[in-house]
Design a protein around this ligand. Structure first.
Ligand code: PLP
Length: 368
């Protein structure tokens, strides 16, 4: 058996009966768009997160865009984001004509450094998008306080952290608006694209529900604001309802695998440190090592797949050239990008798989 980076086939085989039944139910009734499963999922997940509203949408990227649109973000506005993230976090800001302002991350957590946010605030700053990297929440007490002091909103990019906890509160409910992704490889993954937005703010929730359906007003053909078309498919909601029932068990397995990796890899590089008052989802697992290429090659030779999250920091991506950032501006982020190696991480890794992976690290270290 080969080791998969993320094993969605094993997952499907495990829940096959339930998932097939759930999909069939949607297809046989043909409620493909905004069917009852979408509402059921929204209610279930809002309740789980502990907020008033959950709004299904087309992707995690759309969730972020809808949240920014709810705050009327546009030209002249600045939004603070970590330099270490997936492109979507910053792309939605420039898409709306606003300017992303990058802030470096912390050495230990790889999350936005709250101590560096203040210096990035200008009279144009409207808000902050935080990212819970690989599923580890940020220091929200501090981030939310900085935001309150500066009269800024905070949007949580929880694409990797659905199911995580900060001081007993679930991710997606840690700031004004929480956004998650149901991309197949995420913690709660659909069979295609999908996303969800969470908030306690009733006014913002109504606005985002309207924007996701063409800026709809109270009656069907009333369009009262600029909207988009971004809904969660009923089939995806039906699949997610099944997978949600197994999610906590999967997160626990991920945490155990991460612990097993940590025990060995401590000797081989720097690891992401989770503070004790947080629950990490372990959506992805990375080690930082100056010998990344050597380890990568040795793992590949044994059929073990790896990735690099992320090979280039956001502030140095070509698309943001006009913002004028240069190498050296975000030293911690740049260091993580240079040394990062992501290992297979999913609930179906066996103890033999883990042993092979960690053994390969040990042998490679002896050889270099
Ligand atoms: C996956 C991801 C997104 C985007 O989600 P999609 O559903 O693929 O649009 C945004 N931010 C982060 C940090 C992600 O990992």
């Amino acid at each position: 058996m080969s080791i998969e980076f993320v094993d969605l086939v094993a997952q499907y085989n495990k829940y096959k009966t339930e998932i097939d039944r759930s999909i069939n139910d949607v297809v046989s009734k043909a409620h493909f768009v905004m069917g009852p499963q979408v509402t059921e999922l929204e209610e279930k997940l809002a309740n789980y997160v502990g907020v008033k509203s959950a709004i299904g949408c087309g992707s995690g990227t759309d969730a972020l865009q809808l949240a920014l649109m709810a705050y009327n973000i546009g030209p002249g506005d600045e939004v603070i984001v970590p330099a270490y993230s997936f492109i979507a976090t910053a792309e939605v800001i420039t898409f709306l004509g606003a300017k992303p302002v990058f802030v470096d991350v912390e050495k230990e957590t790889w999350n936005i450094d709250p101590a560096k946010i203040k210096a990035a605030i200008t009279p144009h700053t409207r808000g902050i998008i935080t990212v819970n990297m690989f599923g580890l929440p940020c220091d929200y007490d501090t981030v939310n306080k900085v935001a309150r002091d500066g009269n800024l909103f905070v949007i949580e990019d929880a694409a990797q952290s659905f199911g995580a906890e900060y001081k007993g509160q679930k991710s997606c409910g840690l700031t004004d608006i929480g956004c998650t992704s149901f991309f197949p490889a995420k913690i709660l993954g659909a069979y295609g694209d999908g996303g969800m937005i969470f908030t306690d703010n009733v006014e913002l929730a109504e606005k985002m529900k309207s924007i996701r359906i063409h800026g709809k007003g109270g009656s069907k053909y009333d369009n009262i604001r600029q909207g988009i078309n971004s809904r969660l498919d009923t089939i995806q909601a039906a699949i997610l309802l099944v997978k949600f029932n197994h999610m906590q068990e999967e997160i626990t397995l991920r945490q155990r695998i991460a612990q097993a990796y940590d025990n060995i890899l401590l000797e081989h590089g720097d690891l992401q440190i989770a503070p004790s008052d947080m629950q990490h989802t372990r959506c992805n697992y990375c080690v930082l090592t100056a010998q990344r290429d050597v380890y990568k090659e040795a793992l590949t030779a044994k059929g073990i797949p790896t990735h690099i999250y992320y090979i280039k920091p956001l502030h140095l991506q070509e698309v943001f050239d006009n913002l004028g950032y240069k190498p050296g501006d975000m030293p911690v982020t740049e260091d993580i990008c240079q040394r990062n190696l992501a290992l297979p991480m999913h609930p179906f890794l066996s103890s033999d798989d883990i042993a092979l992976i960690t053994q390969t690290f040990k042998e490679t270290k002896l050889a270099v």
